[in-house]
Design a protein around this ligand. Structure first.
Ligand SMILES: C[S@@+](CC[C@H](N)C(=O)[O-])C[C@H]1O[C@@H](n2cnc3c(N)ncnc32)[C@H](O)[C@@H]1O
Length: 196
């Protein structure tokens, strides 16, 4: 799954808006006002989740994991005081946020990735769920869009993964319970609040 974002980090938000307008940012930030005090954002990307969270709740104790240097630079431009940590150095948190991160992994990698995260009673997941759309044509179009997105990331970041992992099944198997879900685009884009 090794990939890097130097080619697209700066244009990431603009590319996203071309395709999805505000839908992904809406998904990322669906729960910012309800999050507990200590939050760990994993795979933060270019800092738009952190920016929205700290604007909405400035007292949040936010830590961020982001391995890609180019993404860290973009995130710091938006939030100069961001605290970057690793899974090992992170302080205990009340909620972990995974926005469009589990889609980087094969099913086996996703399980291993979740297992190495610091303990947290709440998990926020924002991602694409094309298989959960009602309507055959809509589902087919969404799958095509996901296929195109993977080819784009395969080419620009070196990502090797080519399909979405079964996120809902993996989390349920790991003992997480879905408490709340915000759905857009007929179920294609979902923000989920899980607890364990
Ligand atoms: C598709 S981007 C999503 C970024 C951001 N969360 C968003 O909502 O746009 C995936 C991000 O996860 C980061 N990432 C990749 N591997 C990771 C890992 N093992 N742990 C944490 N983050 C990782 C990438 O560097 C990238 O910034």
């Amino acid at each position: 799954m090794k990939s890097d974002y130097w080619l697209i980090a700066h244009a990431y938000a603009s590319c996203e808006r071309l395709l999805y307008r505000d839908a992904l940012q809406h998904c990322r930030t669906a729960f910012v006002k309800a999050l507990p005090k200590r939050v760990l954002s994993v795979g933060e990307g270019d800092g738009r989740f952190s920016e929205a969270l700290l604007n909405a709740e400035p007292k949040t104790q936010l830590q961020v994991i982001e391995p890609a240097k180019a993404m860290r630079r973009e995130a710091l431009l938006r939030n100069p005081n961001l605290e970057f940590v690793t899974s090992k150095s992170a302080a205990p948190c009340d909620a972990t946020v995974l926005n469009f991160v589990l889609d980087l992994f094969s099913p086996e990698e996703a399980v291993a990735f979740l297992d190495q995260l610091p303990e947290s009673p709440v998990l926020i997941v924002g991602d694409f769920f094309p298989d959960e759309i009602h309507g055959r044509i809509e589902r087919t179009l969404a799958r095509l869009l996901v296929w195109i997105m993977y080819r784009f990331f395969n080419l620009t970041t070196g990502l090797k993964t080519r399909r979405l992992p079964p996120t809902r099944d993996i989390l349920t198997t790991q003992g997480w319970t879905l408490r709340q879900e915000e759905v857009q685009w007929g179920g294609f884009i979902r923000a989920q609040w899980w607890e364990r």
